[in-house]
Design a protein around this ligand. Structure first.
Ligand SMILES: Nc1nc2c(c(=O)[nH]1)N[C@H]1C(S)=C(S)[C@@H](COP(=O)(O)O)O[C@H]1N2
Ligand SMILES: [Mo]
Length: 306
């Protein structure tokens, strides 16, 4: 996203809602089985409990969700992650949660999957580059994970640190970004019920290119806030410096809330193209989640805190 804007996909891929409905029926039958083999038997996986926090918009076809990605560890072209991420080693996988907490912990992905039943959350994802998708995630609230370690009273921010595997990630040999890829949220943002840890999408485990085995999803912020393949979570009292802030502070701020009124220095953020659609749509404040999250930013100047 730093280098250039993506070429748009051919607008020939329109999802048929009927097709998705049929696919969902199929998944409801097969997902339990498929996931039972891919993941520990104790995990409550499957199509996921439906959530009232889901959008009713038509999900973007799986081939785009898993074929058009930003995951710079695997290269900067949209097709690179789908081509190279199969090499990512996702087992064993642990996440250490540390910093300003009472009980620091290192949890295996199997333990994390036991923390809460999975929900399906169909969310819009809006990239700062001007494209968007609708993705049916499987996950659980970030708060479920954070509560495990009992954050201290002076913890104000949460830093999310992602994996670096030099032998599987061709992208980390170049210093496009400062590796590991780091993201951050204010603690109250991280605890918001819309913020989830995703472990699957479209009723199945996460494709590696979407951030397996565990990634953050923060639907009211630009896509880059949703760090993939997380290995460490750290509570701090200072605002974390994220990888994008380090690389281009004039372009990417800490908050990165979707805001059609604040242009990226090099292009407008007023509209977006939903991958698979012909015409552009207006970008909505907070990506359409203003009703749920605007109160987190009361009194803040969101032009300064971009
Ligand atoms: N580790 C890591 N996480 C990342 C990125 C990345 O390059 N590395 N790219 C971000 C960007 S810019 C976007 S738009 C989303 C894309 O998520 P998706 O490919 O699952 O749609 O992932 C975000 N998370
Ligand atoms: Mo992005």
């Amino acid at each position: 996203m730093l280098i250039r804007r993506p070429s748009e996909l051919a607008p020939s891929d329109i999802t048929s809602p009927a097709l998705y409905a049929r696919r969902r029926e199929f998944l409801q039958l097969s997902a339990g089985l498929a996931l039972a083999t891919a993941l520990p038997a104790s995990a409550k996986l499957g199509p996921g409990k439906a959530s009232t926090l889901s959008t009713t918009e038509t999900p973007t076809p799986l081939k785009h969700v898993a074929g058009y990605n930003n995951f710079y560890e695997f290269g900067t072209d949209k097709e690179d992650p789908a081509q190279y991420a199969h090499k990512l080693r996702t087992t064993p996988w642990t996440v250490s949660i540390e910093g300003l907490v009472k009980k620091p912990k290192t949890l295996g992905i199997e333990d994390i999957l036991k923390l809460a039943p999975l929900e399906e959350r169909i969310y819009r994802l809006r990239c700062v580059e001007g494209w968007s998708m609708v993705i049916p995630w499987l996950g659980f609230p970030v708060s479920t994970l954070l509560k495990q370690v009992e954050p201290l009273g002076n913890a104000k921010y949460v830093e999310f640190i992602t994996a670096v595997q030099p032998d599987t990630m061709p992208g980390v040999r170049r210093s496009v970004l400062d590796w590991p890829y780091i993201e951050g949220l204010r603690l109250d943002e991280a605890m918001h019920p819309l913020a989830i840890m995703a472990v699957g999408l479209y009723g199945d485990t996460l494709p590696n290119q979407n951030g397996a085995p565990l990634r953050l999803v923060v639907p009211w912020k630009y896509g880059f806030k949703s760090g993939k393949s997380i290995v460490k979570i750290r509570f701090t009292d200072k605002e974390p410096t994220t990888s994008w802030m380090k690389t281009a502070p004039q372009e990417y701020g800490f908050y990165s809330n979707v805001n059609p009124d604040v242009n990226h220095p090099r292009w407008s953020q007023a509209t977006e193209r939903r991958i698979g659609e012909f015409s552009k749509r207006k970008t909505l404040p907070f990506n359409g989640y203003a009703e749920q999250v605007a109160s987190l930013y009361t009194g803040m100047d969101l032009r300064k805190n971009f």
